[in-house]
Design a protein. Structure first.
Length: 332
């Protein structure tokens, strides 16, 4: 395939996007430009992330900014970087961000795309030097270009996504995305300042031996989930939980496994957000041959009713998701 070929000759993210664009000669190229904008913002956030540990001593080597402002928190910085990139690019009409209560209407009625983004997920991990991530979903607006944006442009089910991706700021930085034709992963080469195609056409193992869940609230889990977890233990699966969704998801996608953030009696809809956490990863999962449900329903079929709504999430290897789904159904 052309992505395998690209891999062998060292293809940058920008070039890969261009190659894909050439497959669609009648497309306007705006989605391609939007993906490049996100790639650039990711590089900037990567730079800030790498300096996070130095924030408090930066002044010592003359790095305080000219206004003498206090260092902003990294998730705030990431939000500013991504919103700026999406605003300046001109392809986007509205942004939904974890960091903003309301929809950001860019007053750019010629923009075709709506973006939902968690600029820096897992931010409680920043201070302890553990992997964090960015998650994004891209939708085409449903109302005509040129008119003011409407709620139905924003409240679209995940199956309408035209592209989605994540950036993992880990032991290396990676950008993984799909436009609905498979999933491709790129690794950042810092000295060259480029993402290179390193994981062409990613496919998740059908089954796995890793389960990732915060079991601290086990007493509040429903019976079917408890039974599934007991099975994982009988089979001596590996428990792996970073507490950083992108990192846990990425590992399980490559190695085979399931990530679960369930409903509990205290949080009946779980913790994670449908619009800018679950949907993007569910789209990528399905494109890689894995799957994602809320315990019952396919994540991508959920009709959102509010901007920051939560959903339980069961995501990963297709056989594992099927098995836990069946147990939940049986015990409800
Ligand atoms: P955040 O959006 O406030 O960063 O929370 C999301 C994170 C996920 O990355 C992670 O999987 C989950 O919260 C961990 O939650 P918990 O500490 O309850 O296990
Ligand atoms: Mg988050």
């Amino acid at each position: 395939s052309d992505s395998k070929l690209a891999y062998s000759v060292g293809v940058t993210l920008d070039r890969f996007i261009k190659m894909k664009q050439d497959d669609f000669p009648f497309a306007s190229g705006e989605l391609s430009q939007l993906l490049r904008d996100i790639g650039l913002a990711a590089k900037i956030v990567n730079r800030e992330t790498n300096r996070a540990g130095l924030a408090n001593i930066a002044g010592a080597f003359g790095n305080t900014n000219i206004q003498g402002e206090e260092q902003q928190k990294l998730d705030v910085i990431a939000n500013i970087r991504f919103t700026r990139a999406l605003t300046k690019g001109g392809e986007v009409c509205a942004i939904v961000s974890e960091e903003d209560d309301e929809v950001i209407d860019l007053q750019n009625s010629s923009g075709k795309y709506v973006v939902a983004i968690d600029p820096l997920d897992g931010s409680s991990n920043i201070d302890v030097n553990i992997s964090i991530g960015t998650i994004f979903s891209i939708y085409r607006r449903v109302t005509p270009v040129g008119s003011p944006i409407q709620p139905e442009d924003i409240m679209q089910p995940g199956r309408n996504q035209v592209a989605a991706g994540y950036v993992l700021y880990g032991s290396s930085t990676m950008l993984v995305y799909t436009t609905g034709h498979g999933v491709n992963g790129f690794t950042y080469e810092a000295s060259l300042g480029e993402f290179f195609l390193s994981h062409p056409d990613m496919k998740a193992p059908q089954n796995g031996k890793i389960y990732s869940i915060n079991e601290g609230t086990y007493n509040h889990f429903e019976p079917g989930l408890r039974e599934y977890l007991e099975n994982c233990k009988k089979l001596e699966y590996s428990a792996r939980y970073i507490g950083s969704l992108v990192a846990d998801f990425h590992r399980n996608l490559l190695k085979g496994g399931i990530y679960i953030y369930p409903a509990t009696t205290k949080s009946p809809s779980g913790k994670l957000r449908l619009l800018y956490e679950a949907n993007a990863l569910a789209f990528i999962a399905e494109q890689a041959g894995a799957s994602a449900i809320d315990g019952e329903e396919r994540i991508l079929d959920i009709q959102p009713s509010s901007l920051h709504q939560r959903t339980p999430l069961y995501i990963g290897s297709i056989e594992m998701v099927k098995e836990v789904g069946a147990l939940i159904k049986k015990r409800r």
